[in-house]
Design a protein around this ligand. Sequence first.
Ligand code: BDP
Length: 648
Amino acid sequence: MNRLITTILSALIIVGCSQRAGNDLLWITEGDVHVDAEVTVDASLDLKNDGFIILGGPKDRVIKARTETGALYGKYALQRLERTGKASGCLDIREEPAYERRILNHWDNLDNTVERGYAGWSIWHWGEPVPAELIRDYARLNASIGINGSVLNNVNASPGILHPDTLARVAQIADIMRPYGIKVYLSVNFSSPAALGGLESSDPLLPEVQQWWKAKTDEIYGLIPDFGGFLVKANSEGLPGPQDYGRTHADGANMLAEALESHGGIVMWRAFVYSPKSPDRANQACEEFMPLDGKFRDNVLIQIKNGPVDFQPREPFSPLFGRMPQTRLMAELQITQEYLGFSNHLVYLHPLFKECLDSDTWCNGEGSTIAAITTGKLQPEVYSTTAIAGVANIGRDANWCGHEFAQSSWYAFGRLAWDPSLGSEDIALEWLKQTFTDDRRFTEPVMEMMMTSREAAVDYMMPLGLHHLFAWGHHYGPEPWCDVEGARIDWMPRYYHKAGKDGIGFDRTTEGSGNVLQYHEPLTSMFNSLETCPENLILWFHHVPWTHEMSSGRTIWEEICLHYDRGIKTVRDYQKTWSEMKPYIDSERWEAVNSKLAIQESDARWWRDACVQYFGEFSGMEVPGDVEKPQRPLSELKKIKLDMKHHN
Ligand code: BDP
């Protein structure tokens, strides 16, 4: 039955979003926005999930959807078209989200700190009055880009999240977000039955443990009827899990899945596991999870980070995506810039996200991309539900994300989760026009900055497949020398680059750790051979002599120096470009970005000075004449201790 919600929607969608008074800085800005359209919600329409249709010209615009949320998405889509100058003519648009669940993962703790958060305290204001207005703004922003789920708390979950008092608060938050189509999910600690419930064990095969989870789940659904489900980090980095009781990941996940099943909830079970004993950390997830393929209940998804190690500026895709054909898989992308300069560096992450989703695993022949697998296109019979997650970069900072441009990666995640085929440039342009101005004198050069920014960060941090050269613990600056005597050197940086007099790089070939074998052909052969391995991953897969000749004719040593140098020069170009952008935007935001670019330039030099000089000691070779020489001596750089107090 057709139901007319309203004919003229003017003033109905209030999308003026300001996190703090006077700071309306996001893509849906400044006061009320009107879309004039006739909106129909009709459950019998042939549309998937919360899809929508927009038809007609400016005077007789029609939005149709199957659900209220779909209608809301249609309104936001129309508004976006209007704001980006694409709604003048007659429209005939039909959109359906590629993923059913498009979820932000907040790594927020109950003490209001945010793990790897660089934008201030938790927006949930745990233990304080619920900030309804702020949460409403957050929900509107998310709905406007199609995000429909929010995991409120850190994967390193405190059992306290399931305490009745906390759940009552979670229910309040869920009530505020519901009108925007956003479901609440929680990260849970696997030992909650013992730690919170007072049971002697949290063994998933014990009936009393299963009962405890059932009762807890029922309690949650009593408060939040549309609760989304649980996210679980288990037997990873010291957290408890089923293996503590000799059980498998499947035993643990299935127990929770059973408790959630009758309510329609899901379990997102993370595959981010690695044992310090494994000879190659990049192998660990496949080793642990492949044998469990087909053993998970239908409402379990395995949540896999894009790369096999850990959100590095560039990694190959995680081979696990191609290795569990009987299991529902979902990607976990990191929007917060843990390894990409925190909220100090301008790095637009859509190209990184897209590189992952477009990667072809070849698990079912050519075209078996991660997007095709995780959207269920490749095996619809396995994918009873589909999902994608992004680790949020949101905090209480006035501009939400710490850096004006960090918002673009939040925006991009939402758009990508809705439609992974959208291009990075299109999304960047959309965001720029809605957030700053549609003046081409601004959007064209600034889009160029955004589009090159991820590669620039790779260049000045970890080019050519280098990875995890970060300072121990905080993951901000470089410490390629980090190799503490007696420490767990297997995951210390030197472990990852293996620089020595003989050369540099991690041998993951069939002669080395064998990691290449976790990929399907033709990728195994391609990565395994020095001739065919893509050069931007060469030091990920190969250990090569310093004199190894690259396709440019230069040695790997020279190429390393050139990449660091290029990264710095690119940031300097950004500074120059930005200095010319002053006339087009407000001075507050211009200044904020300008001062962050100065930090980025200085950090890029810090990376170059540390890595080029440190590796130079092994290579015994001079820095090529056509690149800028390192400036600060290694002895000085080794003394830098970052004060992390402000990066909670
Ligand atoms: C690492 C982070 C750590 C997270 C962990 C995870 O450094 O803070 O808890 O990943 O994803 O990247 O579980």
